[in-house]
Design a protein around this ligand. Structure first.
Ligand SMILES: [Zn+2]
Length: 407
């Protein structure tokens, strides 16, 4: 297999999580009587551009079209994050009624609604019908397609180049990252800015976040590789911010190479920090598998110990990362009896692979487990606060990443 960015032959495996079903393939009761399809979950690192990427394999695409669509507006924290961003970027780029903003993967309009309210013309690009419908009800124009060079060319022919193109948590999910980046270049006005947010590979490595790996997540990005990918498309990263979202993300700011924007000191500083952390050192990548295995082994030992001493263990949050962790560890309902989740669409279903039943949050109080494993560790403080009553019967909370912690 060749690197999806630079084309070099990939020779180094970064992580092998065995085989797993698609992370969002939640099962209905009837599905438990049918075979379940598993796909390899393996990552490689390119020793030239250092892009970490999923292995290519024959996939059944209908399995990856989400019938469980994620609506961004359901997370109040994320909605606030979007509102803060809109006010910051409007000031910084001086956006007004004469500007034009494009959001790639605009979801249900959770972000663009802020621009509509401020009178800044905008366009969402979103292939998922259910979320695009919701955005249109907020008077946000939506182009129902996947973004890339061909869509960007069409926007240019319709005089729809943008002053700002933004993409939050889409860049890592694009199969053809070069075509997507060329599209950004094409659809951007000469003095325009691109901002992209994505989880930072440095955090994944340093904090053992191997459970953020799943099939739909094609690329795992450092600032160094993003800078390389931008450069080849004729773009320059001129600023970067580190954000706490998703266990540690980057927000990069890009412009046309010809625009000659001054590159901020923060870009040089973060590139130096990545270099110092070994992000261009093969040994750092090759040393990750044992760290992931340690997390898996510790969780499994803990669960077996509780089973043998007659304790009950439940989980909170039927998140994609939970599926990666449970499937890699081979956890089944004998070790973890149930998982609670507030999303009605997931309740009464079963976790893919592990077949652990998903119940409404009320089940926690009724079943009173001795331990509650918080699968979405990025919101563990919030989960412990809203489920503080678990301590009334002596229950304790457990997180597995970056290392096993019982509190
Ligand atoms: Zn490469």
């Amino acid at each position: 297999m060749n690197c999806r960015h630079c084309g070099k032959i990939l020779q180094h495996q970064f992580l092998d999580l065995g085989f797993a079903p698609p992370s969002n393939a939640y099962l209905n009761p009837a599905d438990l009587h049918a075979p379940e399809l598993y796909f390899p979950l393996k990552l490689y690192v390119c020793d030239d551009c250092w892009l970490v990427q999923t292995e290519d394999y024959a996939r059944s695409d209908e399995l990856f079209t989400e019938d469980y669509a994620y609506f961004s507006s359901t997370s109040s924290g994320w909605v606030q994050h979007a509102a803060d961003y809109c006010s910051m970027i409007s000031d910084r780029l001086d956006l007004n009624e004469a500007s034009f903003v494009i959001e790639v993967a605009s979801n249900d309009g959770y972000l663009l609604r802020n621009f509509v309210e401020a009178g800044v013309p905008c366009l969402g690009i979103e292939p998922t019908d259910s979320t695009a419908d919701a955005a249109e009800q907020l008077n946000i124009p939506v182009l129902r397609e996947f973004f890339g060079q061909s869509v960007a060319g069409r926007l240019v022919s319709e005089n729809k180049q943008a002053d700002l193109i933004l993409g939050n948590n889409v860049y890592a999910h694009v199969p053809d990252i070069n075509d997507f980046t060329k599209g950004l270049k094409t659809a951007l006005k000469p003095g325009g800015t691109v901002t992209l947010e994505f989880p930072h590979l440095l955090n994944l490595i340093q904090l053992n976040q191997f459970d953020t790996v799943y099939h739909e997540h094609y690329s795992y990005l450092s600032l160094y590789s993003v800078q390389r990918i931008f450069k080849r498309a004729g773009l320059v990263v001129y600023d970067v911010e580190q954000l706490p979202t998703h266990g540690g993300s980057l927000r990069v700011y890009g412009c046309h190479a010809e625009a000659g924007f001054e590159v901020c000191a923060g870009v040089h500083a973060l590139l130096a920090a990545e270099l110092a952390a070994g992000m261009r050192d093969l040994d750092v990548y090759l040393g990750f598998q044992p760290k992931a295995d340690r997390v898996k082994d510790d969780l499994l030992s803990f669960l077996i110990e509780q089973k043998r001493s007659g304790k009950t263990v439940a989980a909170y949050g039927a998140a994609a990362k939970g599926n990666t962790l449970l499937n890699y560890a081979g956890v089944k309902p004998d070790l973890m009896q149930f998982v609670c989740d507030a999303a009605a669409a997931k309740q009464s279903k079963f976790m893919p692979g592990s077949h652990i039943p998903i119940l409404a949050p009320e089940a926690m109080g009724n079943r009173r487990p001795d331990f509650v494993v918080i699968l979405p560790w990025n919101i563990s403080e919030e989960v412990m606060r809203s489920n503080a009553f678990v301590r009334d019967w002596g229950g304790q909370f457990v997180t597995a990443v970056p290392e096993l912690k019982v509190q």
